[in-house]
Design a binder for this molecule. Structure first.
Ligand code: ZN
Length: 242
């Protein structure tokens, strides 16, 4: 089975549509989403509807929970909090119901999934070998999938410690040996210096994983953000992938 893993869409509909088109061209059997469907971006309802329609498994992220009122906005940076507050004013009942049904972590067929990390699925960023080591200690599964940092990462538990790091497009990982922690990167707001939408394909038959990047019309999302009065810094950063 081939599984596309997406995360951190952040209401960027043009990025999500481009990734779904690439997924459809890649003979994928299932789509898993690691959370943060909304927040930051201009098209929350459309993104939630698409993920609801297409993903067979979906987690809740910290932004989703904030927009639902389950996390206080005071824990968010100014622009993130402003965008979450705006999202609260436009989120439809169907989208809220779907987001409200999601959990920040899951376990499926040898895979631990968490928006942040297995020990703190809502808030922890796994960006260091120490954080990855803790994740491998908490989960017993051979494969851990996380989102939240918006940085595509491939880390492995290598006997005495953790190996690996950033995963540029085209990176291929052999999953049959050892334990692995993968972050697909962000569809809607990449922060690893590559502005293209990030995603990941896992093949459970060949035990391989491949990191992907897909171009999308960034300027259309930026224009929608400016029309809605969302913070300019959030629109600007999309062009730079930061
Ligand atoms: Zn996020």
């Amino acid at each position: 089975m081939r599984i596309a893993v997406i995360s951190d869409i952040h209401a960027n509909l043009h990025a999500l549509e481009a990734v779904l088109a690439a997924i459809d061209a890649d003979r994928v059997d299932q789509i898993w989403c690691l959370g943060d469907l909304v927040g930051y971006g201009p098209r929350p309802n459309e993104c939630v509807a698409l993920v609801r329609e297409r993903a067979s498994l979906c987690l809740a992220g910290n932004h989703d929970l904030a927009v639902l009122g389950r996390l206080e906005l005071e824990f968010f940076a100014d622009e993130a909090g402003a965008a979450a507050a705006w999202t609260r004013t436009v989120l439809g009942a169907d989208a809220a119901t779907y987001l409200g049904s999601l959990e920040p972590s899951a376990s499926v067929e040898g895979v631990t999934l968490a928006h942040g990390s297995p020990r703190d699925p809502i808030w922890e960023y796994v960006l260091t070998h120490a954080a990855a080591d803790a994740a491998f200690a908490v989960s017993r599964e051979p494969l851990i999938l996380v989102g939240h940092s918006h940085v595509a990462l491939a880390l492995a538990s290598a006997g005495s410690g953790v190996a690996g790091g950033k995963a540029p497009p085209g990176t291929e990982i052999e999953l049959a040996v050892g334990r692995h922690l993968l972050n697909p990167g962000s569809v809607g707001q990449p922060r690893d210096g590559d502005p293209r939408a990030a995603w990941l394909v896992i093949d459970t038959t060949t035990h391989g994983a491949r990191f992907r990047r897909t171009t999308y019309p960034i300027e259309l999302t930026q224009a929608e953000m400016r029309e809605r009065g969302l913070p300019e810094v959030l629109a600007e950063r999309l062009a730079h992938g930061v």
